[in-house]
Ligand binder design. Structure first.
Ligand SMILES: Cc1cc2nc3c(=O)[nH]c(=O)nc-3n(C[C@H](O)[C@H](O)[C@H](O)COP(=O)(O)O)c2cc1C
Length: 365
């Protein structure tokens, strides 16, 4: 209530990227101060055995994770567990440092509870981030998202593959899972690895990396069903444990938003409520088709426990979010986790894993 009624209206008067930077800085400092972390956990911590699950060999205390893109440079790994996050994905990290696209590059669409994002993979680069991670210990699973450096050179597929490979090699020792981001809508050269031949080539190279933990592919929720089916076929031949569904959406025509709202913002991908339909439809499709063979991490427009539960019943084992936290505030994760336990109990499930995909299991359809 305090966040939505007092803090948010003030924060939303300020440039979104500035607020993002300030929040990241505050979180970084808070993560270094034991008493602050303790206080945060007094306010925000909530644990329940119904939320604990092991996914692809990694144990999660709860299913709610911070999606890639909020903590690009790994500043928040020490504070997020005190805010009831069950895991986080840092990055996307690229082999070379990158300052991203020109500013402004982040806008709010408050009426639509969404954001427009045109960062363009701003990050400190794999070496800098590895040297930061090297000094830290983690009290929750840490995923690392890798992408190709946003520059002209990586428009060449072989250069791009080398870029992913280098980041993977540099960062693998710190990652509980690796997310291969092939769906950044804002980088030079677009999304070349959504073609099956190129994805096959990329994954063939990444298969050579000695890494025994899960590898997930982050896809656009706007791929056609034929396209995602092709990517699944490619994944079948490689060391892939699942899919993160999904990234930002690009296609503004489908979104039913008055033109005057988009006139206030710049170009870029869209997050938040406007992604829900595409994300949930894609999760359902992939689960129906693969029936649990692949882990699904559901992402896009989660603001409440009900939103998370819908993705879980559609087939997601884990949930990621950014925009919900920005609109709902720091108590959102606790509220969502608590709400999930209630929903699981209502439906007679002892553990979240029992609910994964119930809406799309073959025997229930
Ligand atoms: C500010 C911002 C930056 C993002 N940067 C990345 C990124 O670097 N890599 C990535 O895989 N996704 C990135 N995303 C996409 C999110 O991870 C997520 O897929 C998308 O925002 C939908 O989730 P949400 O509706 O909960 O925000 C970014 C999103 C936002 C809002």
């Amino acid at each position: 209530m305090i966040y939505k009624n007092i803090l948010r209206p003030i924060l939303f008067l300020i440039d979104p990227e500035k607020i993002h930077d300030i929040a990241t800085y505050a979180g970084k400092i808070a993560g270094k101060i034991g008493p602050i972390k303790y206080l945060l956990s007094v306010f925000y911590n909530y644990k329940h055995s119904a939320l604990v699950q092991t996914v692809d060999g990694i144990k999660y205390q709860n299913p709610i994770g911070l999606a890639a893109g909020f903590d690009k440079d790994a500043h928040l790994t020490q504070v997020l567990p005190s805010m009831n996050f069950g895991f986080e994905e840092i990055g996307s990290v690229t082999a070379l440092p990158c300052s991203g696209n020109p500013k402004p590059r982040l806008w709010r669409l408050p009426k639509q509870k969404s954001l427009v994002v045109y960062y363009g993979l701003k990050n400190g680069g794999a070496h800098e981030i590895a040297s930061k991670l090297q000094k830290l210990k983690f009290s929750f699973p840490l995923g690392i998202s890798i992408a190709k450096t946003n520059c002209k050179e990586t428009a060449d597929v072989d250069v791009a593959i080398k870029d992913y490979y280098e980041s993977f090699i540099i960062l693998k020792k710190y990652a509980d899972y690796i997310a291969i981001n092939i769906s950044c809508p804002n980088a030079y050269g677009g999304e070349p690895f959504t073609s099956k031949e190129r994805l096959d080539k990329l994954l063939t190279k990444l298969d050579t990396v000695d890494y025994q933990k899960p590898r997930y592919i982050k896809v656009s929720p706007e791929l056609s069903l034929e396209q995602i089916d092709e990517l699944i076929e490619v994944a079948d031949k490689h060391k892939i444990s699942g899919f993160i569904i999904g990234n930002l959406v690009k296609n503004r025509e489908e979104l039913n938003v008055p033109e005057k709202e988009f006139a206030k913002v710049g170009k870029g991908g869209i997050s938040g409520k406007l992604t829900v339909k595409a994300s949930n439809e894609m999760i359902s499709h992939v689960y129906k088709k693969t029936q649990g063979k692949y882990t699904i991490i559901g992402c896009g427009g989660v603001f409440t426990a009900e939103d998370a539960y819908e993705k879980i019943k559609a087939g997601a084992s884990l949930i990621q979010l950014i925009t919900g936290m920005i609109y709902e505030g720091p108590s959102m994760m606790k509220r969502t986790n608590k709400g999930l336990v209630k929903l699981l109990r209502r439906d007679g499930y002892k553990n979240i894993s029992e609910a994964v995909g119930v809406g799309n299991r073959e025997k229930n359809l």
